[in-house]
Design a protein around this ligand. Structure first.
Ligand code: PBG
Length: 325
């Protein structure tokens, strides 16, 4: 039986300071990681058409951008590299003078306190756009994870604070942990893209990172959007292999997975508010159909409420500015 009118849920909603007192979830700048795309060249700041406000940046421009990010109080960036040349085996990914390696060295020298995370994958570096080595129509697992481990090691050597494998091959976290430890990088954490789904929401990213597969798709390694139990198995496997932070990706269509992962494992959990999620908000706002700031903050708080500790988002700068004021 209802306890109305004794109980009135609206009592605590009448005044802003009381609403603030009973607010259950909060968003902090410390929760945010800002993704950035680095390209060869000088003085380049190329807009990504499907992601208003996002650019491909040459290293000098990247440094300026990171100075701004750091001044805003955002603790970390994640770097994606677009190399000068692509080949079958993604050589640009694990060269000591590769684009990401150069960028990391400069950033750690100029802004040492900014946490620099590197995305570890081959898709931006291979001529075919796949995340690993291809034989016939198979994306090969075991040979690919050796290259990913080389890539992670070269990022660590350049000074990366953390590496983030985004491929979804089996055994990559263990391969990376092993090679880092053998080379005295025992304190470099791994943030694994642990439950990464084969998603249409990555569309705009592939323009930004120039990583669209030339044939086939990523369904033989990324997860089926219909699967939740399997996401738990994926996360369990990555933790057993030594992952320090686990990520669910994309964020919004998979908030149930974020919640299950947090409740099951009680480990630092990240969620990637991906390019398509960002592009939809930007497009609707440009049309005057939604209030961009409001929808952005509602989106980010929903990801926190679902259980994420960390959010990778192209909104990081905009959100940090609002959190400032
Ligand atoms: C793979 C990678 C992708 C994203 C991050 N890392 C794309 C993919 O798997 O095709 C997507 C991020 C986004 O959409 O914002 N290196």
């Amino acid at each position: 039986m209802s306890q109305f009118p004794i109980i009135r849920q609206r009592r605590l909603r009448m005044k802003a300071p009381i609403r603030a007192m009973v607010r259950e979830t909060s968003l902090s700048k410390n929760d945010l990681i800002y993704p950035l795309f680095v390209i060869p060249g000088k003085g380049l700041k190329r807009p990504v058409s499907s992601m208003p406000g996002v650019y491909q940046l040459s290293i000098d421009e990247l440094l300026k951008e990171c100075a701004e990010v750091f001044a805003l109080g955002i603790p970390a960036v994640i770097l994606f590299g677009i190399p000068e040349h692509k080949d079958e085996v993604g050589s640009g990914a694990y060269q000591d003078d590769g684009i990401v390696q150069q960028a990391v060295r400069l950033l750690k020298k100029e802004i040492p306190e900014l946490v620099v995370i590197t995305d570890v994958c081959l898709c931006e570096y291979t001529s075919h756009g796949h995340c690993g080595i291809v034989k016939g129509d198979e994306i090969v697992n075991d040979a690919s994870i050796k290259l990913l481990a080389q890539e992670a090691l070269s990022h660590a050597r350049a000074g990366a604070d953390m590496v983030a494998p985004s491929d979804m091959f089996d055994g990559r976290v263990a391969a990376i942990r092993t090679i880092l430890d053998e080379n005295d990088f025992v304190h470099v954490p791994i943030m694994s893209y642990a439950a990464k789904f084969a998603s249409g929401f990555y569309g705009p990213f592939r323009e930004a990172a120039q990583s669209t597969p030339q044939f086939g798709d990523r369904r033989s390694h990324q997860m089926d959007p219909a699967n939740g139990d399997e996401a738990i198995r994926e996360v369990a496997e990555d933790l057993a292999e030594g992952a320090d932070i686990v990520m669910v990706k994309p964020a919004l269509p998979y908030l149930d997975i974020v919640r299950r992962v947090k409740d099951t494992f009680h480990v630092p959990t990240a969620a990637y508010n991906v390019s398509g999620e960002y592009a939809m908000v930007k497009a609707a706002a440009q049309n005057g159909w939604i209030d961009e700031e409001r929808v952005m903050m509602e989106t980010l708080i929903s990801i926190k409420r679902a259980g994420a500790d960390i959010i990778l988002t192209y909104f990081a700068k905009d959100a940090a500015k609002l959190l400032h004021s």
